[in-house]
Design a protein around this ligand. Structure first.
Ligand code: NDP
Ligand code: X2W
Length: 350
């Protein structure tokens, strides 16, 4: 008899939870169990996620240890803080994937400096493609894991863009500048005054500038894991009028004397065997539109010899490779399923 894995999704009324449910509803190895949330408890899922038709009649339950009990897997897509509190109530045998930030950082001081609350702990990090200093990949740590911290969406874009150069030592990690265009869904569903359509539609605006963004310590942590001794990162996200997508442009000082061909080789070799990271043919640059709905990160790299810098661009769908797809990919690894099960590299266009 075929035994399916049951998965509860908490935060089911939100953007990230909705995207987890969209992916799970066509995943051949799992069944969607309880769907839970907070203020929407008691409503039908279809009234919050009208695109999730096969789950429309499900009742949204309140989020608690009791409603999440009895599942093989629990995916948490809750605001940070709320997520750690719920996670603490779940049994050790269940696989828990946390889409929030609570369990990503290893250094409690870095957590407290950027989040201002006590550190909840550190879980295996759900970026399978992360290159580790010994040349292995982070996916090794996810096989059989019972807890996974799903990365921040901007973090995934910057890390996948620049890590091949850091791993190969062709760029100076102490001199990185990242500027990102990010879509509105990254901010979640809760309405905020500056996110009203009338104000956002015709405008691009930076936020969390000059070292303030919470993803900075997470990117630094990743690049140190890759092997960087010192990481110096200037990080500027810009909100642009699109619903999904991140376009992360990262430039780094080229290690003087490096042959530009060695730069391309570093990126090509890093991603040759990765199902969800595609280095585009030379001269072709990523667009967010080509990633919508797909678990794919598109990457390009070039050397600006005049400036002495490497320029890399990474595009991804913040709700797929940036969150829900990363959660499903990590879930597959943790459960011993094929890593790509239930995930697609095909996007939606135009
Ligand atoms: N959007 C994105 O691109 C990404 C999001 N993430 C992370 O995923 C998490 C969810 O984000 P997102 O989906 O965008 O946010 P949304 O605001 O769209 O959804 C939040 C969800 O959490 C529920 N919720 C809110 N407060 C509580 C609480 N106190 N206790 C229990 N449940 C609560 C809401 O339920 P209800 O509606 O019923 O009140 C809703 O289901 C966040 O931690 C976010 O940082 C990570 C990477 C990218
Ligand atoms: C547009 C917008 O505000 N995007 C958010 C996305 C962050 C996110 O969701 O990541 P965490 O899981 O780490 O909170 C931001 O840049 O802060």
């Amino acid at each position: 008899m075929h035994m399916s894995v049951s998965v509860a999704v908490s935060g089911a009324s939100g953007y990230a939870g909705g995207e987890v449910l969209r992916l799970l509803s066509s995943h051949p190895g799992v069944e969607v169990g309880a769907v839970t949330a907070f203020s929407s408890a008691g409503d039908r899922l279809g009234s919050h996620q009208p695109h999730l038709r096969s789950l429309a009649d499900r009742e949204i339950l309140p989020t608690s240890a009791a409603t999440l009990a009895g599942h093989d897997v629990v995916v948490l897509a809750l605001p940070h803080g709320a997520s750690a509190a719920v996670a603490a109530e779940l049994g050790e045998g269940v696989l828990v994937l946390d889409c929030a930030a609570d369990h990503r950082l290893a250094d409690p001081a870095a957590w407290e400096a950027f989040y201002g609350t006590p550190h909840a702990g550190t879980w295996p990090y759900g970026l399978p493609e992360l290159i580790r200093a010994d040349g292995s990949r982070q996916r090794d740590e996810l096989v059989g894991a019972h807890r996974v911290a799903v990365p921040g969406c901007n973090v995934t874009a910057v890390t996948l863009g620049i890590q091949p150069g850091v791993a190969r030592g062709v760029v100076e990690a102490a001199d990185l500048v990242a500027v990102l265009a990010v879509g509105y869904s990254g901010a979640g569903r809760a309405t905020r005054p500056n996110l009203l359509a009338a104000e956002g539609m015709g405008s691009a605006v930076p936020y969390a500038v000059a070292g303030a963004h919470r993803h900075i310590p997470e990117i630094e942590q990743n690049l140190r894991a890759v092997g960087a001794e010192a990481v110096g990162l200037s990080f500027t996200p810009t909100l642009v009028p699109m619903s999904r997508g991140i376009l992360a442009t990262t430039t780094a000082r080229l290690v003087p004397g490096t042959d530009p061909a060695a730069v391309r080789a570093a990126w090509a070799e890093a991603y040759a065997d990765e199902p969800f990271v595609e280095l585009l043919p030379e001269g072709q640059w990523p667009s967010t539109a080509a990633t919508v709905g797909a678990n794919t990160a598109l990457v390009q790299v070039a050397v600006d010899e005049r400036a002495g810098r490497v320029v890399t661009v990474c595009a991804l769908d913040n709700l797929v490779k940036g969150t829900a797809g990363a959660a499903v990919q990590s879930m597959n690894l943790a459960l011993g399923l094929p890593e790509t099960l239930g995930l697609t590299i095909e996007g939606v266009a135009p």
